[in-house]
Design a protein around this ligand. Structure first.
Ligand code: C2E
Ligand code: CA
Ligand code: CA
Length: 755
């Protein structure tokens, strides 16, 4: 659910760039090296070509020089014109026959009617044409094209399949003899030369620093070549050779070094990459750790608020992905911390977190938002129902108290559930879950609030009431206390009176205590309001000597750390004995944090203030409360008496509850007695005292404590006849009587017919 850190891709990036780096480095190194080598090789090749060319040129020069010697020879010239072939053969041709200076000689034109020739090892008598007619005529044309007096033409030719180096010139008299151009043109043409021998090739090879110099009919792959051009300008044979390849040699020489350097480079690069990767991995691990740490609650190890916010914000808002938010609030953490110390509080939080995690399935994300606030995201279909099931399981798991340092701390919590509505922003779902939690917190019985639209409406009216209450707390005159008598079974006077708060707001009118007490509890104003009521009661009690009063105290006020000392201080200031006060605690407070409440009750009682268990029998009754704590009084809830008339079973149940209560307490009061029949039943049950409209409606203090007169039969008739209208009647009369009580001074306590 959480996004990956950016550096997560770092190893792959490092590997990629390292690889690219190695490739670029190796590639450019190789390219540069290859360029140097091939340039070296190209240089060597062109150099060898020049050298071969020079070698051939020096061979031709050599042939040209002895051609100059032999063909500018007056004796041979005149012999030719004389037709003395014998002389020419003996002095000229023989040289060719012997092959020491030249190996081929041919003469034609001029005085010769037919070409004559000699070749090495040939007969002394001259032969005919050695070269083709084309070669001969080309040589003649080349000579004629030259302007020089004694021109010559060098060329290569093929004789007997072998390459020969030739020079063509005219047969002329000695160089000191002046010849005209015409004389020259009329002279015979000579061609002398010699074979290109393997010795020649060896010399060139050596001079040029090359190898494998050979004569071939054409170029050969892998060899350098140079054509031997004949007199017509055509390539006859080719010289081919292997040039030195210094580049290649360098490569071969340096190859092992390069291999070692490259291997070392790759090794270093690999090492560097490995080190960087290792660091990068550590970095990522640390980042992941830091991320996790930042999203984990240090105390409980659960995801924290940041993690929850991230998780909840990425929840998709499509039907396919249903989810519900659950907000939870652990009860009494502050008290645990204050009374038992923070170490115990921490243990409680850890223990609760463990239980929370045990309840979460794979689709449920739980987190601690801080303090005593926890939350869960329940995902998947039926999320809202599954959220309820999740809380039900959690409640079961929390039923076992946390044992820590010899203390046994009871776990309980309030919760709110809101299902996400399609296309609704998750913040709205959060608001709803919070509202549902507030509802769960303020309810004494059902501590799990499930959001519905009415909650929002109620919240608005609560808001109005809250504003009104806040204003009223600054102006306590808006509050009044009315009193209802509690009559002993023997009807001898008033046992005590129960103080009941009333609030009349200038705008909202009269608001019932059920309503404003709940709002005060929900908004944390209950203590302040509670003290206002207590002070008013104490002021009323101070006007008499003996009357005792029961005061209803909200558990939220009761559990305030200074409650007992504050109460004692106020009693002292008002001059009221502690025994004249009885605190009524509704039975439902016992559901939560039994131990702390029981401790507080003991503290109050040991200070001499009495404590009554109110509304006993309303559904959460546990006999264990009765045995665990001695209450000074137990008030049996009116609903039990009302339903007792419905069936024998219920009647039996009512009697059982009263007798059970009487087994542990000698002051059992039956509340809510409205009819003579109910009064009879209350009497039959053996209860010690009675309270209800039949005996007296809540009214002014002195009237509630005043003497009793006989019950008004008319009122009684309307009581028994019109039960439905009874509440209205009481409301009407209560208000009327309160308004007029001081003037009329009427006895308001009515006696039941049964008495
Ligand atoms: P409760 O402590 O059970 O008080 C008795 C309630 O029953 C009173 O309602 C009273 O007027 C009513 N009652 C008395 N006789 C009869 C009867 O014969 N039939 C019926 N149907 N009702 C009868 P009230 O005054 O409206 O108070 C309602 C609740 O508000 C009280 O229930 C108590 O829990 C709470 N409350 C009232 N005053 C205070 C207060 O000063 N502090 C706190 N914390 N709670 C208060
Ligand atoms: Ca009460
Ligand atoms: Ca009651």
């Amino acid at each position: 659910m959480t996004s990956q850190p950016k550096s997560y891709h770092l190893p792959r990036q490092i590997l990629f760039f390292m690889l690219i780096g190695v490739i670029i480095f190796a590639g450019s190194g190789f390219y540069t090296f290859q360029q140097i080598a091939s340039r070296l090789d190209a240089g060597a090749a062109s150099n060898s070509r020049d050298r071969v060319k020079e070698g051939l040129a020096s061979l031709q020069t050599h042939v040209r020089l002895f051609s100059k010697d032999y063909n500018n020879w007056t004796d041979v010239y005149t012999a030719a014109w004389r037709g003395d072939i014998e002389f020419i053969a003996n002095n000229y041709g023989i040289t060719a026959n012997q092959g020491e200076i030249f190996e081929l000689a041919m003469m034609f034109g001029g005085p010769f009617r037919r070409p004559i020739s000699w070749i090495e090892n040939g007969s002394r008598s001259p032969g005919g044409l050695i070269f083709s007619v084309e070669t001969v005529s080309s040589a003649l044309m080349a000579l004629e094209d030259q302007d020089e007096t004694r021109p010559s033409v060098d060329f290569f030719a093929v004789e007997g399949g072998r390459a020969v180096i030739m020079t063509a010139s005219y047969l002329l008299p000695d160089p000191d003899q002046i010849v005209t151009r015409d004389t020259v043109k009329a002279s015979a043409v000579t061609m002398i030369g010699r074979h290109l021998s393997s010795r020649d090739l060896a010399v060139i090879e050596q001079d040029a620093g090359i190898s494998n110099l050979q004569i071939t009919t054409g170029p050969k792959p892998g060899y350098l070549s140079m054509p031997l051009t004949d007199v017509t300008g055509r390539d006859t044979l080719h010289l081919i050779w292997k040039a030195a390849r210094p580049g290649m040699a360098l490569v071969e020489q340096l190859a092992p070094v390069i291999a070692i350097v490259a291997a070392a480079f790759v090794a270093l690069a690999t090492l560097a990459t490995w080190l960087v990767l290792k660091n990068a991995r550590q970095l990522i691990l640390r980042e992941v750790e830091a991320r996790e740490l930042a999203r984990t609650d240090a105390l409980t190890g659960l995801p924290n608020r940041l993690a929850f916010n991230e998780a909840v914000q990425v929840e998709p808002t499509t039907v396919a992905s249903e989810f519900a938010l659950v907000m939870m609030d652990l009860d009494r953490l502050k008290q645990t911390n204050d009374v038992l110390g923070h170490a115990v509080g921490d243990c409680v939080l850890r223990d609760f977190s463990e239980r929370l995690q045990l309840c979460a399935d794979a689709e449920t994300f739980v987190a601690r938002l801080g303090g005593d606030e926890f939350c869960a995201i329940v995902r998947g279909s039926g999320a809202a129902e599954r959220a309820q099931a999740f809380l039900a399981v959690l409640e079961v798991r929390c039923s076992k108290p946390v044992k820590v340092r010899g203390e046994s701390v009871h776990l309980s919590f309030s919760a709110g559930i809101a299902a996400h509505v399609l296309s609704e922003h998750v913040d709205e779902t959060l608001r709803k879950a919070d509202l549902a939690l507030r509802r769960g917190k303020s309810a004494l019985e059902e501590r799990i609030g499930i959001y519905d639209v009415d909650m929002d409406l109620a919240d608005k009216s609560t808001l109005l009431l809250e504003q009104g209450l806040r204003a009223a707390l600054r102006n306590p005159d808006e509050f009044r206390v009315v009193y209802q008598p509690i009559i002993p079974a023997n009807h001898n006077g008033v046992l005590r009176v129960e103080a009941l708060a009333r609030w009349t707001n200038p705008i909202l009118g009269a608001v019932g205590p059920d309503q404003f007490i709940r709002v005060a509890e929900r908004t944390g104003l209950i203590s302040e309001l509670g003290w206002i009521i207590i002070d008013k009661v104490l002021a009323d009690l101070a006007t008499t000597q003996t009357v005792c009063a029961s005061i209803n105290i909200s558990p939220l006020q009761l559990m305030k750390p200074d409650f007992v000392s504050d109460l004692l201080l106020r009693l002292k200031r008002a001059g009221i004995e502690t025994a004249r006060i009885q605190i009524e605690l509704t039975e439902n407070v016992m559901i939560r944090n039994q131990q702390a409440i029981l401790d507080r009750i003991r503290e109050i009682r040991s200070a001499g203030v009495k404590v009554a268990l109110d509304d006993f029998g309303t559904g959460f009754s546990a006999i264990s409360y009765l045995t665990a704590t001695e209450f000074d009084s137990i008030k049996i809830d009116g609903s039990l008496l009302r339903s007792a008339g419905d069936s024998q079973n219920r009647e039996d149940f009512f009697y059982s509850v009263v007798s059970l209560s009487r087994a542990v307490c000698r002051d059992v009061v039956v509340e809510g007695i409205e009819t003579p029949e109910q009064a009879q039943m209350a009497k039959n049950s053996g209860a010690d005292a009675f309270q209800g409209y039949l005996y007296g409606i809540p009214g002014a203090f002195d009237i509630a404590c005043g003497p009793h007169s006989s019950p008004d039969l008319n009122v009684r008739a309307s009581i028994s006849g019109k039960a439905d209208n009874f509440a209205n009647l009481i409301q009407w009369s209560e208000t009327r009587l309160q308004n007029n009580a001081t003037i009329l001074k009427l006895p308001l306590v009515m006696h039941p017919a049964a008495s």
